[in-house]
Design a protein around this ligand. Structure first.
Ligand code: HEC
Length: 161
């Protein structure tokens, strides 16, 4: 209704006047089209290159796990195989349960240096008894927390230190 008041190109809406004769400046057009081209390139790269954040994560995780599993035998006992034929990782069991007192690789610390002399006998049977039942007041028994096979593997591991 009130639009009839004006017969030029201007449009009215709530008193705001839109000037359609004004051409956008050149730099704006360049930016505008460059951005469209960039967006097409970006989308194409994302869709076609095969890159994804999940794949990148998996790659880094695999690399990390390789370093982690290789580091344990190197720092503990390089000569001792990490896994027995039963799939038990003596080094890992040792690091989780024993290293806090006996040190990495049995090097001693709070408790006995397990790579040196033993007071309760340095043979498989005595070591298994030490681990399973504990010794003195400070060495806890592990019969309840570790399986017989795990205690065997630990005894083997200690004998090879
Ligand atoms: C809370 C600390 C602590 C933890 C954890 C611990 N030990 Fe001990 N362990 C000791 C102490 C202390 C002694 C010495 C006891 C003594 O001489 O009366 C000892 C003694 C021993 C002995 C006997 C050494 C000898 O002189 O004959 C063996 C073998 C042994 N530990 C193996 C292990 C293994 C394997 C683990 C893990 C499954 C382990 N210990 C976990 C504290 C610990």
């Amino acid at each position: 209704m009130s639009a009839k008041k004006h017969d030029n190109h201007d449009e009215h809406a709530d008193g705001i006047v839109e000037d359609r004769k004004q051409v956008p400046p050149l730099y704006f057009k360049i930016l505008f089209y460059a951005l469209i081209i960039w967006a097409i390139g970006f989308s194409a790269y994302y869709l076609l290159s095969g890159w994804s954040s999940e794949k990148e994560f998996d790659k880094k995780m695999t690399a990390y796990q390789q370093t982690y599993t290789q580091a344990a035998p190197a720092s503990a006992a390089a000569a001792t195989p990490a896994a027995t034929s039963t799939g038990i990782h003596a080094v890992n069991i040792y690091n989780a349960n024993c290293a806090s007192c006996h040190g990495t690789g049995g090097s001693g610390g709070f408790a006995t240096d397990l790579s040196g002399n033993y007071s309760y006998g340095k043979d498989a049977t005595s070591i298994r008894t030490s681990i399973a039942n504990g010794r003195g007041s400070m060495m806890p028994g592990f019969a309840d927390t570790l399986s017989a096979a795990e205690i065997d593997a630990l005894a083997n591991y200690l004998l090879n230190l």
